[in-house]
Design a protein around this ligand. Structure first.
Ligand code: HEM
Length: 443
């Protein structure tokens, strides 16, 4: 497959070297604007966020599959603002600290699974990320990918991943087709949309209804965001009850499903296989700070600058979400002498930003040290943090980033404290052998 199909950010990055950091083109009359530097994302998506915070039309995903309620796909407006505010209440930097005990506990389960069966690394990562988010959202302990909530959510998300590929369905290019009935010859996309919509509705309602039921029969033991939201709902029969409940169960959908923490953790394992020296330096720091008789905790984070630098370098070097989610302009605009029409699809190219040699000398090299002040070994605040691009931009910036950063930190630190990550012994798996280090009794 040519590079452009799988990795368009690399193509845009190459184009930007010839044509500049502002790329504009049209496909079948649809204008696209690709921003290939932090200067451009700041100017457009940040400083002009009042008109660059909408999402592009996606008739298949949004209208036919019913993803219109999901914060990430919702158009910029009153419903989105209310959801976003509610999301912030439960996922702001101080709110997420209350979930750390869950993250720690789930990380220890992850380590146990990894030591029992290292061949299933990718499955363990998926389960780990899903288990944390399900427990925080619904108070449900999930210990298998076969858990019905997880299976259903993964199937629903697989649908949205397929349908979200631009041009995959003709209806995205000709929205009028959304009115064609399912029985009409050639309208098989309607049947697919119906099946995915059903999975989707189940993903929204099923876990939330389960919490309601457990609360009413007194079996909801663990607190969760869902139970807090349900407690705060107006009394039954109150005129606002339906709308509030609607907001409450939709809030958890993005968080209840999988997220990009998955790809970041995969990228971490890959980076360690390719860069054993960086792994050894992080392990030496863990040995010094945490010692051999316990596993790392969140309180160790300030004393682990090399581990923090290594995590930043993992996200910079191989950014999993290089084009992020597309924004869309809601008004005509003029910028730097150029006219940008209303309805332009705008994307920040995180790859270009995170491989800018001005900000990161020798950008293709994996060098955690670039984030450290070499005089004292502490994190250097003057080096651009990769979170300026990996979590998106402006008003749409990822509201789950604080939770994600905690999950990544505790998983990486604990894994490095316990295991050596070795290269594959054959080409079918990423790591064939994990070598348990000195802490095997502590997990
Ligand atoms: C390493 C992990 C993660 C990465 C790299 C990541 C990255 C992103 C990116 C690039 C966007 C699009 C931002 C934009 O449009 O400019 C986004 C949106 C979003 N993310 Fe994350 N994310 C991560 C984890 C999470 C988690 C754990 C949650 C939930 C707890 C979450 C919830 C959301 C939501 C709700 C949106 C949509 C925001 C909106 O459209 O207003 N993310 N994320």
């Amino acid at each position: 497959m040519p590079m452009g199909e799988r990795e368009p950010w690399l193509v845009y990055d190459q184009w930007s070297k010839t044509y500049g950091d502002l790329l504009y083109f049209e496909v079948l009359g649809q204008p696209f604007l690709i921003l290939c530097s932090l200067h451009r994302t700041n100017d457009i998506l940040q400083k002009r966020s009042t008109i660059y915070s909408d999402r592009p039309q996606m008739p298949m995903v949004v209208d036919l599959m019913g993803w219109d309620f999901v914060l990430g796909f919702r158009n910029y407006g009153a419903w989105w603002k209310k959801q976003r505010k509610l999301f912030h209440e439960y996922f702001n930097p101080s709110a997420v600290t209350q979930y750390r005990a869950i993250q720690l506990d789930e990380t220890h389960d992850f380590l146990r699974r990894l030591s029992e069966n290292p061949d299933d690394l990718f499955k363990h990562i998926r389960l780990h990320v899903a288990a944390i988010i399900q427990r925080i959202s619904y108070g449900a302990k999930v210990d298998s990918l076969d858990h019905p909530f997880v299976r259903n959510a993964e199937a629903a998300l697989a649908g949205v991943s397929e349908a979200g590929i631009p041009g995959r369905f003709l209806v995205d290019l000709m929205p009028i087709l959304k009115y064609v009935p399912e029985w009409f010859p050639g309208a098989s996309f309607q049947k697919k949309a119906r099946v995915w919509r059903e999975l989707n509705e189940k993903m929204v309602n099923w876990p939330f209804e389960a919490v309601k039921e457990r609360m009413s029969n007194g079996t909801q033991l663990a607190p969760s965001i869902a139970s807090t939201l349900i407690d705060k709902l107006p009394e039954k029969g109150h005129p606002d009850r339906e709308e509030e409940e609607n907001h409450a169960n939709k809030l958890l959908v993005r968080s209840g499903a999988s997220d990009s923490s998955n790809s970041t953790l995969q990228s971490f394992f890959l980076s360690m296989v390719l860069h054993p020296n960086a792994m050894k330096k992080a392990q030496a720091e863990l040995d010094r700070v945490v010692g051999p008789s316990r596993l790392p905790d969140f309180s160790d984070r300030p004393s682990l600058p090399y581990v923090s630098a290594l995590i930043k370098e993992v996200t910079r070097w191989n950014a999993g979400v290089s084009l992020g989610m597309a924004h869309c302009s809601s008004e005509d605009d003029e910028y730097d002498g150029y006219f940008i029409p209303k309805g332009t699809v705008v994307m920040g190219n995180a790859w270009s930003i995170l491989h800018d040699p001005e900000a990161y000398p020798n950008p293709d090299e994996f060098l955690p040290e670039r984030f450290l002040d070499l005089k004292d070994g502490q994190l250097n605040p003057d080096v651009q943090d990769p979170s300026c691009a990996i979590f998106g931009y402006g008003r749409r910036i990822c509201p789950g980033q604080h939770l994600a950063q905690d999950t990544i930190f505790i998983t990486v630190a604990s894994t490095l404290a316990l295991f050596n990550i070795l290269p594959p012994l054959d080409e079918t798996v990423l790591i064939k052998e994990t070598d348990i280090r000195s802490l095997s009794s502590a997990a």
